[in-house]
Design a protein. Structure first.
Length: 126
């Protein structure tokens, strides 16, 4: 009851030649968002930024007397100052000295005594 080989070969359908490529299909739906990736490697060290200004301040004190001058150290400039009359005496003059200012000077009258103070810095003179 079987089929003979000759009969089977007649019934066998053979594949035909390959057909032409079909047209592009429509774009599919957006996929789901993927998982977070691993953290990246550390970056290189950045270039050093510019150096800020260095400010050195000090207070110079003049000798007590009817005139007192507080002088800044060499290379420093007076950016402020003041004076104090001894025993409540009124100061008649209190101002920077030099151009640019390198100290502070104060005077009184009548032999009273005063002390001058200068605030000095290494920053450029104004």
């Amino acid at each position: 009851m079987g089929i003979s080989l000759a009969r089977a070969e007649k019934l066998l359908i053979r594949a035909g030649p390959r057909g032409a490529t079909g047209a592009q299909g429509i774009t599919g739906a957006q996929g789901i968002t993927g998982a977070q990736g691993a953290e990246g490697a550390q970056g290189d060290v950045g270039v050093q930024g510019p150096q800020g200004a260095t400010l050195v301040t000090s207070v110079a004190t003049g000798a007590q007397g009817p005139q007192s001058t507080a002088q800044c150290d060499v290379g420093q400039f007076a950016v402020g100052g003041g004076s104090q009359g001894v025993q409540g005496i009124v100061v008649h003059h209190s101002a920077p000295t030099g151009d640019p200012a390198t100290g502070w000077q104060a005077t009184t009258s009548g032999g009273a005594e005063v002390i001058a103070f200068a605030i000095c810095t290494t920053a450029d003179a104004p």
